[in-house]
Design a protein around this ligand. Structure first.
Ligand SMILES: NC(=O)CC[C@H](N)C(=O)O
Length: 369
């Protein structure tokens, strides 16, 4: 992936929301199936045997009534009867709603069977993540080098929120002396001190697995040191280090260390509530024209006191620890939607996340205007 060498100077470029398409309007990633009309829900378990009714949880067979995929915490819905019209007719031009069959041209909703008559032999494959099947695979990259302020929680929250929806999920922790698997759907990279951060960047560049995974359409969520090393360069222990060049950012050092609460209003195209987190970093990050800031800072420093984090496609970086996905569960759901191709996920109980968010956002002291 090439990076535009003519980056704007800090504070001049990449500071607007840019013209990236919003989620749901992203251009297709090469080699990735696009969810749409006539697609099947993800397959679970074994393929059905010819002449046998499909077992619970298996994909529907053409000519047989599709069965409802169960959703954790939801009562099973009645499967449509062959020869009978579906109970709810899809409405053209309406966004998909959980509990309704998929609409032509719209991504399907997790847990819904295709509507009767939409099932086509030889149709499009089911929406799926970069791993090529219905299991969402989450790799936690180098926890032996990059894991500060509870970054492990990001993996736990992501897995928990998948399980709560009945989405099969596999978590894989990959140490820095192991090759990085390239078949996963989401890669999590945590924060770290300068020395381990520099070593992690060297090893990730030598391994090449993260680059291959991104080219195959995997999502990346990176925090602090992990965020900095996604760019072209960063500073560690006073030395300029080569980054992964996966996004159009670079980092230098600030005059002071940024330590404390971090909050901001997220790029509206991502459809997320306010960002909240804890930051502790010496680096300052500058965005080129091909990435967008994740948020506009209202509390703390983030990239440079104005913007915080960056995103492009399915790569998202932030200075927010906390862990970030415990404080911002909507980001976890965004990653799950990117991984599964589903536009909508069933809601889950966010009571404790909301308590945490309210408490932290209330405690945070806004920057002077
Ligand atoms: N918390 C972190 O990940 C720190 C990142 C980096 N070492 C810095 O100080 O900027």
């Amino acid at each position: 992936m090439s990076i535009n060498p003519e980056w704007s100077a800090p504070g001049q470029g990449g500071q607007s929301w840019g013209d990236q398409p919003a989620y749901g309007q992203q251009p297709p990633v090469q080699g990735q199936p696009q969810p749409g009309y006539g697609q099947q829900p993800p397959a679970y378990g074994q393929p059905p045997v010819h002449g046998q009714p499909p077992a619970y949880g298996q994909p529907p067979v053409y000519g047989q009534p599709p069965q409802q995929q169960p959703v954790y915490g939801q009562p099973p819905q009645q499967a449509p009867v062959y020869g009978q019209p579906p109970q709810q007719a899809p409405v053209y031009g309406q966004p998909p709603v959980y509990g309704q069959p998929p609409v032509h041209g719209q991504p399907p909703v997790y847990g819904q069977p295709p509507a009767q008559g939409q099932q086509q032999p030889g149709g499009q494959p089911a929406p799926q993540g970069a791993g090529g099947d219905s299991v969402v695979r989450v790799v936690w990259v180098y926890p032996d080098l990059l894991s500060t302020y509870g970054d492990r929680g990001n993996m736990l929250i992501l897995a928990k929120r998948a399980q709560q929806r009945g989405i099969p999920v596999e978590t894989i922790e990959v140490r820095s002396d192991q090759p990085l698997p390239t078949h996963a759907d989401v890669y999590l990279i945590g924060g770290g001190e300068d020395g381990p951060q520099a070593l992690a960047a060297q090893r990730l560049n030598a391994d090449g697995g993260l680059h291959r995974a991104v080219n195959q359409g995997a999502a990346v969520f990176a925090v602090c040191a992990g965020y900095q090393l996604l760019g072209t360069s960063f500073f560690a222990k006073g030395a300029k280090c080569q980054g992964l060049e996966l996004i159009d950012i670079y980092s230098d050092r600030g005059e002071t260390r940024a330590v404390g609460e971090l909050a901001g209003d997220v790029d509206p195209r991502l459809g997320l509530p306010r960002l909240t987190g804890f930051e502790n970093h010496g680096g300052r990050t500058h965005l080129g024209p091909t990435v967008s800031p994740l948020a506009r800072v209202s509390v703390g420093i983030g990239n440079d006191g104005q913007t915080e984090g960056a995103w492009r496609g399915k790569i998202l970086g932030t200075y927010s620890h906390g862990p970030a996905l415990a404080r911002n569960p909507a980001i976890a759901d965004l990653l799950l939607r990117w991984a599964t191709g589903y536009d909508t996920l069933p809601p889950v109980d966010d009571t404790w996340h909301d308590h945490l968010r309210n408490e932290r956002l209330t405690a945070a002291r806004p920057n002077p205007a």
